[in-house]
Design a protein around this ligand. Structure first.
Ligand code: ADP
Length: 323
């Protein structure tokens, strides 16, 4: 059964590969630039060259003809290789330009967004007097929407840094359990509003974790945010922290919407959002887990998960432990 499924999948992928127009649309390039088109052209060129060489060697015994034809073959292969190398170089350049653009645009966006945040905070904290309830509600909405934008811009900056191998992480000892408890405390009001129950089970006398506290906080916040986002009202979330050998492990379990089986292998891809989650919860960028995986692996840990659609998910990661 599994074998038949795999065979069918390979067949569908092969048919998709031959749909040049679709491939060109998906990659945003011209049809003659698609990998499948180039593959077909190179395949044809190789076949023609082989047939011509065979024909020449069979019909002409003169060594000079053979030498000239072989030289021609070498020239053709050389030109093809040069074209491929140029094409790959162009792609790499475009990819670098795209990452640099995202990086510069995100940096530029950070300044006005921070200014809006300070102004809204000032209005809400110091200049509240004299404002009507409706005005306060509006400013609070501006503040929350702006916070979401800041979060998105920070995610884009991290993705650009990861893509350019520029993500710099500190390695220091920190109290991981205390950090998790703090993060949970911050989200309790939202969780309560959605009637979701949350429990933390942290073993006593755990060693310190070794890593970048700021970035590890980001990972935990993202996993907790996902567990809340993708769990229906009245659901249950359980967190466990324990030691496994020289590592500290974190596990977060929910009984939410889960992830469809056929999409499980794409969960850590950039911009991935499962079909059911996109329908159920419109907010999200599909960047959180991609960033989380890169952070944890760069810190020497591992991240993994299991999930069943309509049953729930368990996301876990490990970090090297200290004293
Ligand atoms: P976002 O949540 O912003 O879409 P993430 O990278 O954090 O991006 O997650 C990628 C996708 O993985 C989500 O869109 C969702 O489809 C799926 N996912 C992640 N965590 C969960 C979870 N706890 N339950 C169900 N689906 C999840």
């Amino acid at each position: 059964m599994e074998f038949c499924k795999n065979k069918l999948k390979i067949k569908i992928e092969f048919i998709n590969d031959l749909d040049l127009r679709k491939q060109a649309q998906e990659l945003g390039i011209k049809i003659w630039q698609t990998p499948s088109f180039l593959f077909i052209v190179f395949g044809l060129a190789t076949t023609i060259i082989m047939a011509a060489t065979y024909f020449i060697s069979k019909n002409y015994e003169n060594p000079a003809v053979l030498v000239v034809s072989e030289c021609l073959v070498v020239v053709v292969i050389f030109i093809v290789e040069m074209l491929v190398a140029r094409f790959i170089e162009q792609m790499a350049r475009l990819n670098r330009m795209k990452s640099e653009f995202v990086s510069i645009a995100s940096h530029q966006l950070r300044t006005p967004l921070s200014a809006v945040k300070w102004e809204a905070e000032l209005l809400l904290k110091k200049l509240k007097k004299g404002l009507s309830k409706k005005q306060i509600n509006n400013i609070e909405s501006i503040y929350l929407i702006n916070q979401r934008m800041i979060h998105l811009v920070n995610d884009l900056l991290d993705v650009a840094r990861i893509d350019q191998n520029r993500l710099i992480l500190r390695k220091q000892e920190f109290d991981f359990s205390k950090m998790v408890e703090e993060i949970v405390r911050e989200v309790v009001p939202t969780i309560k509003l959605r009637h979701i129950e949350i429990r933390i089970n942290a073993k006593k006398d755990l060693p310190m974790a070794v890593g970048d506290p700021e970035k590890v906080r980001l990972v935990v916040e993202n996993l907790l945010d996902n567990a809340v986002k993708y769990t229906t009202s009245g659901g249950k979330i359980g967190i466990k922290i324990f030691k496994t050998g020289k590592y500290l492990s974190f596990e977060i379990k929910d009984n939410g919407v889960g992830i469809p089986e056929e999409q499980l292998n794409r969960v850590f891809e950039k911009f991935f959002r499962s079909d059911n989650a996109a329908k159920y919860q419109t907010e999200g960028t599909g960047l959180g887990l991609y960033i989380a995986k890169n952070i944890i692996e760069q810190l020497g840990g591992e991240i993994w998960f299991r999930s069943i659609e309509n049953v729930g998910s368990v996301f876990s990661f490990s970090l090297p432990s200290g004293k």
